[in-house]
Structure formats: C-alpha cells, structure tokens
Design a protein. Structure first.
Length: 505
C-alpha cells in the first residue's frame, strides 16, 4: 500500500475572535484535496488549526473525494489545557456529511459521534457505530466539528483523513424491528423511552440494553441516540413478542435536548440550531410527520446545553423525571405542575409528563424510572396514543404499581389522564391503590398545591388511600408516592407519580 502524508495548516484560524450573527452560522475552512490512486492504495492528509473562543457552533472541513474511493477514515485529537476554576475547558465534537452537503435538514448526514470517539470510518457495507453505511461517492464531503466549549487560550486540533481506494461492496438493505409485539390487549405497559448505546455516547451494546430492559420488566423501549439514527437498522433481531422496540433520536441542540419518540425507521432529525434561530418548530413538525412524539428531555438539567429553552408549545409530553431522582427533577416536576395550572386557567390543552432512565452505561439502571402507559395493545401507535393522552404514570421500577381513580356520587368514574365530569359542588372521591412502595408516603397534589398527605404505607408496600374533594376545590388531582426523608421539611425522592385526573365540566 502506498501512503501519502500531507500536513496542512488551516489559514485564517488564529487566536482572533470570531463574531457571528446567529448560532446557526458556521465557519467553513479550506478544502482538503486528494488525488486519484490505484485500488488497495491509501492516501492520508493531516490538517491542523486552532479555534478561538467565540467560534461558531459548527465548523466544517471540506474534503474533496475523488472517484474510486472505497473507505473514508477520520481520526482527530485536540488539546485540553488546564483552565482556572469555574472556566470551561476544551471539548470538540465531530461528525460527517457526504457530497449532498451540509444544508440544515438536508440529505447529506452520514454520522455523528459527538465527543465519544476519536476516530471513525464510513464505507458502503459498514460504518463505525453512530455513522451510516452507504456508497462513497465523489464530491465535496464535510467533516463537521462542534466546539462544544473552548478554553480561553483556544482549541488546537489535528485531523487525519485516510482514504482507501478500491471497489465498493454492496450496501445492505436495512431491516427494522416490527411495530407490534404480542401484547395483552388493553393493559398497562411499561417502557423506557430515553437510553443510549455505543451508537452515540453510551457503553451498552444494543443486545445488552434489550437484555436489561427485559430484566427490568419493560414491555417497550425507544432508541434515542444523540443526533444520529444509525442504530435503527440494528435493533431488528433484538425485538420480540415480549419487547416492542420503537425508533427515535435524542435531538441534542445547544439549547436543550428533545427525544423524538417512535419515528418512522431511518428518520434523521437535525440539531444544528439554537432557540434564537427559530428553527425548532420546523423539526418538531418533522418528528410528527414521521409519526413520532416530541418530548423535551430533562428540561432543568444543569449540564451545558441541556437546559430546555425552546418553550413547550410544540411538546407532546415532557420528561420530568430523568434517571436517579435529583433536585433538577424536583424543579422539573414543579415546573410541569405550573404548566398544568396554566392549562386549567387558560382553558387549553395540557402536556402529559413522563420519565425515562437516560441510561448510558453501568451503573445506570435501565428502567429507572419507567413510564407505565394504558394502551389498547403493545404497538407503536397504541403506546404513543396512550402517552399523548396522558394515560400514564411514572414509577421507579416494575415493583411499583398504581391504580388512581376519581368517582362521583352517581357512578361517574375517571382514571389517569381523564376528566371526571361532575358539577362544581358534587362530592368526589379520589382513590389511589399502591403496591411495591414500603414506608412511602402518598400525597395528592392539586392546582392549589398539596392538599392531602397520608400516613406512611406499611412495610409490605401495599395500601389504599382515599380523599374527598369537589371540582370547585380542586380543578385536578394527581398523586405522588414519595420515600421517607432523612430530615427537614423537604419531600423525599419520588417512588412514583401520576398524570392528573381533571375534575369538573
């Protein structure tokens, strides 16, 4: 094999500031070119540069691909200098677009690994997880750099591109998991709709996720890799009568993350925009056109870029419990309760809540928490309809089960996500049956706040709690099951909570 190494500095990238008018603005660097070569030969180019603080969110390195290329391989490194306390260091994401271009929402996307990998390859018959196999056609490809954070002294990088020449193999036809599992008819089904594998920044294999999902008592999961749909075609052999596998993406923008839940197979949703760019609505509509749900994830998470800033006007549901219960989940729960109050006040639709594990690797627990959905069957459409309608509750594990109802004096009855249509002063009995929550406390929360707190459940974890109210006193009621607190006035961590039952006509 012949290897031609050429080093190139990117001109025009120094320690000067880069000013942009919108976060979607991008910097395109000088082109890296390759000559033709004989089959089985390899050619390598290495480029270096420095990105200053204030760089655009995305920087593109054009790579001119000649005819006769079989494989593209990219490796990169960047410096990580020590920085003062409270100052962000360097973090550089990477991905690839083919000759069809880098247009927002276009067809050129070929993969994204964020900061999870230092190298990747793409060829017709295979690709690194996170990337999409397919023909290597001649033209201008682009390596996409995402300077997530940049140290005060700048971010110096080195990219090595290696082309292998030769005849291309055939691209395999993708096979996707079925949209239906055996199911139990109309029943409560347990799922985890936000988890990660080696196809983005996780460490779990897909097979391990499926194994752990079954062990956690789940009936369905949703594939939600960061900014790539590349795992979709690898789930088919892991689904079964006992496990429905939905396909989606965690659209990871610089102003928050949103789970595309249950989209059509092969759907890619772009993420290269901020709230100020006014692009999110376009891609939320794309998710729905592809048959998916729009679910803002961990809206009050504290990591850079994780806090949700797009508003909730496009949301079909909101993830208020993400992984192990933490203070930012408590804030998200309170914020969602405020949205319920606003929906009652303004007479508009309400947004259901859900929870997911966001598992990446051990010791992350798949199925903690899990969303339990009342659905007509174990199918993609039925599960989504149950989530969209709010016929669901969130539990920390399959050990916890809830039954939550409201009833009037004349046989009127409503369950989670439904409305009990009674007059304002009609007595209403709210009833919660719990199993699997030893020593936990039940609270009933209304548009006025917490209006009832029960005694701790017995060590068996099972119990029934009732409360009487009226529609004039409580526009809605939802239930929380909380663990004991060690000390102080703060409530304990959640063991489970329900979407509300609404009261009144």
């Amino acid at each position: 094999m012949c290897e031609d190494v050429h080093e190139q500095e990117h001109p025009g990238i120094g320690r000067r500031a880069v000013f942009v008018t919108g976060a979607a603005a991008a910097l395109t660097l000088s082109t890296v070119s390759f000559a033709s070569a004989a089959p089985r030969e390899r050619r390598t180019r290495t480029v270096r540069g420095t990105l200053p603080p204030g760089s655009p969110d995305f920087v593109y390195v054009p790579v001119e691909i000649p005819r006769g290329v079989r494989e593209i391989h990219v490796a990169y490194t960047y410096d990580r200098p020590a920085v003062p306390a409270g100052t962000q260091g360097n973090a550089l994401d990477i991905g690839l677009f083919d000759e069809r271009g880098t247009e927002l929402g276009g067809r050129g996307f070929r993969g994204w690994s964020g900061g999870a990998r230092t190298e990747f390859f793409v060829r017709a018959d295979a690709a690194t997880p996170g990337y999409v196999p397919g023909p290597v056609r001649p033209g201008t490809w682009h390596i996409a750099l995402g300077p997530y954070t940049v140290a005060p002294e700048g971010l110096s990088y080195e990219i090595t591109v290696t082309l292998t020449y030769g005849e291309q193999d055939e691209t395999p036809r993708p096979v996707y998991p079925p949209e239906r599992a055996k199911g139990r008819g109309r029943a409560w089904y347990r799922g985890d709709c936000h988890l990660h594998s080696e196809y983005s920044d996780g460490r779990y294999t897909l097979a391990r996720i499926a194994e752990l999902a079954r062990a956690a008592g789940l009936d369905f999961i949703n594939s939600s890799e960061h900014n790539t749909h590349s795992a979709h075609a690898h789930w088919a052999g892991l689904a079964g009568d006992d496990l429905l596998i939905l396909l989606g993406e965690e659209v990871t923008t610089r102003n928050g993350h949103v789970v595309a839940l249950g989209t059509d197979p092969g759907t890619f949703v772009d993420w290269r925009y901020r709230a100020r760019d006014n692009r999110f609505g376009r891609f939320a509509r794309q998710i729905r056109r592809a048959g998916g749900l729009v679910v803002p994830a961990h809206p009050h998470a504290t990591c850079i870029g994780c806090n949700w800033k797009f508003g909730f006007g496009e949301a079909d549901a909101v993830e208020v419990w993400n992984g192990a219960y933490t203070p930012d989940d408590e804030v998200a729960l309170a914020d969602w309760d405020g949205m319920l109050v606003a929906s009652v006040r303004d007479g508009r639709d309400w947004i259901p809540a859900m929870g997911s594990s966001d598992s990446h690797r051990s010791p992350d627990v798949i199925g903690r928490p899990q969303t339990v959905v009342l659905a007509d069957d174990l199918t993609r459409e039925a599960i989504q309809e149950g989530i969209r309608a709010g016929r669901s509750y969130v539990a920390e594990s399959s050990k916890v089960s809830l039954s939550f109802t409201a009833s009037g004096g004349r046989g009127e009855h409503a369950g989670i996500g439904e409305r009990l249509r009674v007059d304002r002063d009609t007595p209403v009995t709210v009833r919660l049956e719990v199993t699997g929550a030893p020593r936990c406390t039940v609270r009933f929360v209304t548009d006025q706040g917490v209006l009832f707190t029960g005694d701790p459940l017995p060590v068996s974890g099972a119990g029934t709690v009732e409360w009487r109210t009226t529609a004039s006193y409580a526009a809605y009621v939802r239930a929380e099951v909380r663990h004991e607190t060690a000390a102080g006035p703060l409530p304990g961590a959640l063991a489970a909570f329900t979407n509300p039952v609404f009261l009144g006509r």
